[in-house]
Design a protein around this ligand. Sequence first.
Ligand SMILES: [Zn+2]
Length: 444
Amino acid sequence: MTGGVRWVRSGVHFGVGRRVDGYGVWDWEDCAPGRSGEPVAVYPPTPAGRQMAEAAFSACEAARGPGANDGPADGETGVLAVSVDGDEIRVGDLRIGSADIDVTGLLVVEVGDVSARWGLAQAVEVQAAVCEHATAQAADGVELRTADPLLRYLARSGGWTGALRAPLCRPPGVSAHDGNSDVAGQLEALLHGVDVRRRSAAGSLRQVAVPARKRNAGPERFVLASSDGLQIVLVIPDVADLLVENVARSADTALAVMRTVGTHARHVRQIAFNQSTYGLRHAKHAGEAATSTLDININAGYVSACGLDALYAAVRRDRRRGRARQIPYPYNAVDGTTAHEMWHHIEASFTRANYTASIQFRRKLGEYFGLRTLEHLSHPPSGSDPDVLAAAVAQLRAEVSDYATTVPTEATAEMFKAWWCATEPPTGVVSHFAQLVTSYITDA
Ligand SMILES: [Zn+2]
C-alpha cells in the first residue's frame, strides 16, 4: 500500500496509522526510517479497530523497551484539514462541496473532485469528515453525491450502497461492511441485465498457474453478456483494493456505446485494465485503443485505490501534457476514457468500410471551424491563412479540450467523449459532431 497512511500515534519502535482498509500497527525495524512500509497487523476501520490497534501498539512498546530509530511524528499526514462548517465542506481553504439537510430530514452531501487533486490520503480524510458530520447531525439518512472514485470506494467499503453512478446512501444506524460478494457478483449487481462469468484458465495450465499466482497475482478474465445480445470480455487485475465501480462504469459505457452506434462499435472484443505499454505504465495515457486486436487497454491505475493514487500523483507531476476534457457528475474519468477509446475503434471501422463517406465526415467537421477539412488543423496546406488556423485551434480548445488540438483523430475522440458524457444537450461543435455521427455512422 502506498500513500494514504495517517499517523495516529508513533513511538520509538512502533506506530499506529490509519489507512484505507483500517488501522495498522507498524514495526519501524521492518521499515526504512520515516517510511510507512507494510503494517504487522491491520484492524477494522472502526473506533473499536482503532482501540485494538492502540492496545497492540502499547503492548509492543512495553515488550521491546526504549531504542533509537524513530517513525513519523504523531498526526503527520501530508494532508490538509477538512472542515464542515455550516453547509460548506472545505479542504484547507478550498470549498469542495456542501452538506445540507433537506425537507425530509435527509442529509445531502455533494463533494467534487478530491482524488485527482490530492489523492487517496486526502480522500480518506474527507470521507471520515463526512461520516463524523453525518453522525453529529443525527440526520434521517445520508446521501453522498459524488463521482470521485476513491470517495465512492471508501463509502462502499464502509457499508454505503447505491446503483452505478447514483448517489450512495447510508440509512441511520448502518456502519457495518457491505456484503462481501465476489467480483462477478458485485459487477452483476452494478450492471443491470448483464450476466457476468469468470473465465478460468483451463486444464493443466491452471495447475501451473495457480501456484504461480500466489506470489504474483495475475489478471482475471470475465465474460459479460447483456440481455440484448452484446458481449465483452474484461481483464481485471487481481488486487485487494479493486475499484469495482470503475470497472463497471467502463463495461457499462462500452456496452451502451455498442448499443447506440451499432455495427461500427460492436466488434470491440475486450477491455483490459493493464499497464502493458510505455504510455500506460508511465501515466502518459489513460487508455489506448488497439484497433488491430479489437481491444481497449485502460490504465490499470483506474481500477485500484492505490493504483489511482499513484496515477493521479504522476499526472499532477506532469504539467506538460495537454489537458483532457473535464467530465461532469455523475460521470467520471473512466467513463470518459472508455468513450474516447471506443470512438477510436468506431472511427477506424467506419473509415475502413466507407472511405469516401469518412472524407466527407471530416470535411463537414472542418467546415465548422472555417477549414476545408478537419485534417487541416494539424496539416495546414501551404498558403493557408495562419489567423484562420489559430482561431480554429482556439475554438476547438475552448469547446472541446486541449488534447483535442493534437491530431484530428484525438479531436474526434474528445468530441465523442464530450457528447457521451454530457449532462445537458451539447452545444457548438459537439452538437454538430453528434448530428454528423448520427447521419453518417450509427445504424439507422
Ligand atoms: Zn485517443
